[in-house]
Each structure stands twice: as structure tokens, then as C-alpha cells.
Design a protein around this ligand. Structure first.
Ligand SMILES: [Zn+2]
Length: 452
């Protein structure tokens, strides 16, 4: 094998990749499906993808083919709203948003002042994403700049494309999580210079939400977004009624919660707003006109009792929509489970989420929401070889159900309704298998977390 061939890998199976958003439940023009396909990977990127019969003759005898017989190979999942410091907050009982933050989240997040704690949790977080087939995430960190640095460093070592930012908070939280506007912005700028564009890492300006930032800090966040035209912005919006009432009290002169963010220059095509449940029509217009993204977080909205995301209303208003876990408010790292819960949230409102639309959302759609269309979320030449290999017969219940599934749509619907991390047979990150070894011992991280 020569040097060039050493960096070549071929993966064979059933390939599915979306070309554009499906127009409905049966839009067969929206995707490319190859029953027996090969993805040829060189130096971490997709060199070619097509029918095995066409690509096999082009392969050198030295190239080994990893054949995932019967498995479905998709672009790796993209999670556009998740909190990496909340891996030990997930599954915390009995509170709605503001109490949940105080009682559980702020307590755990203070531990990230310790760089060793941050580093351990960053590794666990990335392991867990990979186990669930998620290859890129837009992640919140804590206010401690070392928390973002730990995540970037761990992701960079794995060549995994992560987008993250230190949370900006300067009021209404424990002192250990607050940083004055000037300090927090200086920390953000340092992180941008160090990590934005380093390998696959990207930065997102991250005001946690309007309640925990002063006018001065929100204005500085808007200025930072303006200063760096390729960084993203993430925050929370209109998740819970008490939250909205608090925003009204804190910003009495603004017409709405969305108007607060608009006043500080935080809306735009690079901005992703988690939840967007309780919005009036004027707020929808602000999001649409600015091409901002509303992020639907179904497991979190149900678990914290926040409300139901009105997909039909927001899509009808012309707003860009992404779908995310929001762990630790969310209850699963799996984008399959998340799609299943999105389906249920829509069902109780008399809406449907066809499997084609769900799988487009968690791959191509979420990548586009992050401004990464063509880079990830697709199996096309030039894209990073971030892939997930799914086994639709992973459990007895799935195999039994599949015995009567008639077509690809039915198979996808079984996957999203019954599937989770057990359905993930392998995850490739930039062409490298991420699940090669037994992942780290969960008990070890629990002990480590408890000792700080
Ligand atoms: Zn969140």
C-alpha cells in the first residue's frame, strides 16, 4: 500500500442522503438512496459516493472495504442545541425552567471552574454523542472559559467538528457563574482567536438568555457577533411563561422577548434560538425577516413542562427550523428519540412529522441551520466523511416490526420511533470509526464528578 492509499477507506452499505427539504411525506426527489452503495473516503472527506457496481472497479486492491451489510448509512446526525456541562443534570426531577436552573443546573455548572472536571466531562460528552451517531453539535458551555476550551481541545483531538461558546451571564445566577460583561467578552474573543477555524472547531457567541445578561452584556454580545462575521450565536427564547414574565420585568421598554434580542443585534442567519414556544406574530416576523433559526427541542419541552412547539405555525410563517436534544433539559442524546418525541408533540397538535422530513432535519437540515450545508449532513464528494451506520433490526421489537415494513419510508419511521443508541452500529468521524473501542467507564466519570 502506498502513502496515498493509506488514507483511503471505503464503506459499503445502503446509502441515504438528502438533497433538499422534502415537500411532503412521499417526496422521492428530495433524497438519493442507493441500495448497494460505497462511500469512498480520502483524508477524512468523501471522495466519491455511488453504486458499488460503479465504484468497485475504481478501488485499488489494497483498499479494504468495510461492509455494513443491510445497514443504512446516513450522514452523521447534527444536534444544534445541547449543553455539554449538563451530562449530570439530565434526568433531574420535578421542576420547571427557572427552578430547574437554580436547583440543578447552576449547581452542576459551577463545578466546571475546575479544568480537570471540564476535561473529563468533555470526553464523556463526545463519547456519548458518537454512541448516538451525532457527529456535530452546537453546544453551550459554562461561563468559565476553560469549559469551552476543554470541549474544543477534546473535539479537535478527535477531528470532530463542534461549535461552542462560553455562556455569557452577569446577573441572576450564583456568583460562581457570573462574569462581568467586559471579562466575558474578552474571554469570548480569546476563545474565538484560539479556536474558531482551528481544525474543524467553530465558535458561537452564547448569551445564556436575556434573564442572565445585563443590557451592557447583550450589547457587547451583539458587537462581538458583528466583529466576527463567521461566528454563530446561540441563546434561549420563549421557553416558559415565568421566564417570559421575568424578561418583561427586566426589559419593560421592549415590545417582546424577541425584540430584546433584536435591539442588541442578536438576530440573523447565524443565530439559533432554542425553544421558541410562546411567540406572538410580531416575534415570528422578526425571526423570519432576520432569517434566524428556531430550534425545536421536544424532549426538553415535554420534560420541563414548557409547552408545545408549533411546527406548522412557525414553518408556515417562513421561519427556518432545526431539531435538537437540549440535553440536560432534554432526556435523550439520541436524535432518533428526539425525532420520535417531535412526532408526538406535533401529533397532539393535529400535525404530522413524516419520516423523510425528520431524517432530513437531523442531517442536512440541521447542517444548513448551522451554515454548514455541503460540509456535513450530506453524503456527497467534498463533504466531511461524518457518517452513522444504522441497524433497523437492532432490537427484537424493531426486527419483529420490520418483518412487515414495506419500503424505505416505513423503515425510517420504525427507526425514529423505536430506535436509539442501540440502532447505531458505527459512527465515522472524518472517516475514522469512533466506536472502535469500548467507551469509557460510566462509573469512573460518576466518581470523578462526585469528587469535585
Ligand atoms: Zn438549552
Amino acid at each position: 500500500m502506498n502513502e496515498a492509499e493509506r488514507n483511503v477507506r471505503a464503506i459499503r452499505g445502503r446509502l441515504l442522503s438528502f438533497l433538499r427539504a422534502p415537500h411532503g411525506a412521499g417526496d422521492a426527489q428530495s433524497y438519493r438512496y442507493i441500495e448497494d452503495g460505497i462511500v469512498l473516503i480520502k483524508d477524512g472527506r468523501i471522495e466519491a459516493a455511488g453504486p458499488a457496481a460503479e465504484l468497485m472497479p475504481r478501488l485499488s486492491a489494497a483498499v479494504t472495504i468495510e461492509h455494513h451489510a443491510d445497514a443504512l448509512i446516513l450522514p452523521g446526525f447534527v444536534d444544534p442545541h445541547i449543553h455539554y456541562p449538563q451530562t449530570q443534570v439530565i434526568a433531574s426531577y420535578g421542576a420547571q425552567l427557572l427552578e430547574w436552573l437554580e436547583k440543578y443546573t447552576f449547581v452542576e455548572e459551577q463545578k466546571f471552574a475546575d479544568p480537570a472536571h471540564a476535561a473529563r466531562n468533555a470526553e464523556f460528552f463526545l463519547d456519548e454523542l458518537a454512541r448516538n451517531g451525532t457527529t456535530t453539535a452546537l453546544a453551550y458551555c459554562t461561563a468559565h472559559p476553560n469549559s469551552a476550551a476543554a470541549l474544543f481541545a477534546a473535539a479537535h483531538r478527535r477531528n470532530a467538528g463542534m461549535i461552542a461558546g462560553n455562556s455569557l451571564m452577569d446577573r441572576n445566577a450564583p456568583p460562581g457563574l457570573l462574569a462581568p460583561a467586559a471579562t466575558a467578552i474578552a474571554d469570548s474573543r480569546d476563545l474565538i482567536r484560539r479556536w474558531h477555524g482551528t481544525g474543524r472547531q467553530r465558535y458561537a457567541v452564547t448569551p445564556r438568555f436575556a434573564i442572565t445578561s445585563s443590557d451592557e452584556q447583550l450589547a457587547a454580545a451583539g458587537a462581538l457577533l458583528n466583529e466576527f462575521p463567521t461566528v454563530l450565536m446561540q441563546t434561549h427564547l420563549a421557553e416558559n411563561r415565568d421566564e417570559i414574565d421575568t424578561v418583561k420585568r427586566l426589559f419593560p421598554r421592549d415590545a417582546s422577548y424577541t425584540a430584546v434580542y433584536a435591539r442588541f443585534g442578536l438576530l440573523g442567519p447565524r443565530s439559533l434560538f432554542g425553544h421558541c414556544i410562546h411567540l406572538d406574530d410580531a416575534e415570528l416576523a422578526l425571526l423570519r425577516d432576520s432569517r434566524s433559526v428556531a430550534v425545536f427541542c421536544p424532549t426538553s419541552n415535554l420534560f420541563i413542562g414548557s409547552g408545545l412547539f408549533d411546527y406548522k405555525r412557525l414553518a408556515g410563517a417562513g421561519i427556518r427550523i432545526a431539531l435538537a436534544t437540549d440535553v440536560g433539559g432534554g432526556t435523550s442524546y439520541s436524535m432518533l428519540r428526539t425525532a420520535a418525541e417531535a412526532y408526538k408533540v406535533m401529533q397532539v397538535q393535529g400535525q404530522n412529522l413524516p419520516a423523510l422530513i425528520a431524517f432530513d432535519l437531523i442531517t442536512r437540515g440541521n447542517a444548513a441551520a448551522l451554515g454548514l450545508a455541503g460540509e456535513i449532513g450530506t453524503i456527497t464528494p467534498g463533504a466531511f466523511a461524518d457518517l452513522v451506520v444504522l441497524d433497523v433490526r437492532a432490537t427484537p421489537a424493531m426486527a419483529h416490526r420490520m418483518a412487515v415494513a414495506r419500503d424505505l419510508k416505513a423503515e425510517l419511521f420504525v427507526l425514529m420511533t423505536l430506535g436509539d443508541d442501540r440502532a447505531v452500529r458505527q459512527t465515522y468521524i472524518a472517516g475514522e470509526p469512533a466506536l472502535r473501542a469500548k467507551l469509557q467507564d460510566d462509573r469512573a466519570i460518576s466518581r470523578a464528578g462526585g469528587s469535585t
